[in-house]
Design a protein. Structure first.
Length: 398
């Protein structure tokens, strides 16, 4: 999970074409009304036998697969209806476009594209309902051009011109919790009611540019998690299994601000997400934002963390020695009969978080499923205990 949501996505800039007809490898995105009151976003891609596509209702955000020609574009049925499988066979990797009860499509979009408008009538055979639709082209993009960035906190946020379908999916009103203040800074928890979990947004900071840059990161992370949750829910059209059609337990995710001052903000994402596979993704992912410089905090500003040779993947000897002494001291004071000594894996899977009012936690993060019991804080101490290894630049943060 950490890799998926911590890395940002950088998209190439794509030009808009004047015609509504998609070309090979390109996806065209429309937005508009189905009937009088239902807002939808629809995406099409040209394939040899017509179009593949998907659409979602804004109020739900769940992709419904499409396939066919513009004059008769069939939408998929969920693999299970009323708890029973719709498919006669158990071909769980394909969406269902034919209703097995009638051997015919159930919901079909009958339309055509004129200029930038896809217009026509949506028909549902089960209810014999017809709804007019009119959708305007809002963008085009090439999914082949999408690449993952390897530098957290750098890059462009998902934008209408380069990822229109996902961008529009995230344009849904958030439910805001009460403001929580820490002197001259504050935050609120914001919830997308479709995905149900809350994520922080900074509401006050003395520097408006820092406020904006921090909220961009928080928004990116929130969006990536929400998109993953909605993608899991959309598997009700493509997969069997206990996770199909669920939010993948993202709605049980524990996300909280552990520390906030006008210089630092520590947030933790933790939980156990699952959308199929061998085992759930048990995780404990802290990150700290630098409210002086902007972006993610480089802990090397505060104390030596990684060596500067090679790829900085080796823990600095100064920090390794500091941790070793603190672990030995803590073990002497502790009276534990645990069979698992997580201090052994702490240096290899080391991460940090600050905790209110004035503590720092040395955390195990990113470890494999078999050692998931070690996830989380393993060594907690007052920030002042860092004094022997703090660098001069740390004064600005504490």
């Amino acid at each position: 999970m950490k890799t998926l949501f911590q890395y940002l996505v950088i998209f190439s800039t794509l030009s808009y074409a004047a015609t509504g007809v998609a070309v090979a490898g390109e996806r065209i995105v429309f937005k508009g009304m189905l009937g009088k009151n239902t807002e939808v976003v629809l995406e099409l891609e040209k394939v040899p036998d017509g179009y593949d596509g998907r659409y979602f209702y804004m109020r739900h955000g769940v992709d419904i697969p499409l396939h066919g020609i513009l004059a008769s574009l069939t939408e998929a049925l969920p693999r299970y209806e009323h708890g029973e499988p719709l498919a006669a066979d158990d071909n769980s990797d394909k969406a269902i476009f034919i209703d097995p009860a009638t051997d015919k499509p159930r919901s079909v979009w009958h339309g055509k594209i004129n200029d930038d408008t896809y217009r026509g009538t949506w028909h549902d055979a089960k209810t014999n309902k017809d709804l007019a639709f009119e959708l305007q082209q809002v963008g085009r993009y090439n999914p082949e051009a999408v690449t993952a960035a390897v530098t957290p906190g750098i890059g462009s946020k998902i934008a209408l011109k380069n990822a229109p379908y996902d961008y529009l999916k995230m344009q849904f009103p958030l439910q805001l919790g009460p403001e929580i203040l820490r002197k001259n800074v504050g935050y609120r928890m914001a919830t997308d009611p479709r995905t149900k979990f809350a994520y922080p947004r900074l509401t006050r900071h003395p520097n408006p540019q820092i406020l904006a840059s921090v909220n961009q990161i928080l928004e990116q992370r929130h969006w990536q998690m929400s998109l993953a949750a909605l993608e899991c829910k959309a598997t009700l059209y493509t997969m069997d299994g206990p996770a199909a059609g669920t939010l993948g337990d993202y709605d049980s995710e524990a996300i909280g601000v552990r520390y906030l001052s006008d210089t630092l903000m520590s947030v933790v994402e933790s939980g156990s997400t699952f959308c199929g596979g061998a085992h759930p993704n048990n995780h404990y992912d802290p990150f700290t934002l630098d409210l002086i410089q902007g972006g993610y905090l480089d802990f090397n500003r505060l104390f030596p963390v990684r060596r500067r040779d090679k790829d900085r993947s080796d823990i600095d000897p100064v920090l390794a020695n500091f941790i070793s002494k603190k672990v030995k001291s803590a073990n002497k004071r502790a009276d534990s009969d645990s069979d698992t000594d997580c201090s052994d894996v702490l240096p290899q899977y080391l991460d940090f978080e600050f905790d209110e009012p004035d503590k720092i936690s040395f955390v195990v993060s990113g470890i494999g499923h078999a050692m998931g019991v070690c996830l989380g804080p393993q060594l907690v101490m007052p920030i002042r205990a860092l004094q022997p290894i703090l660098k001069p630049a740390a004064k600005a943060y504490f």
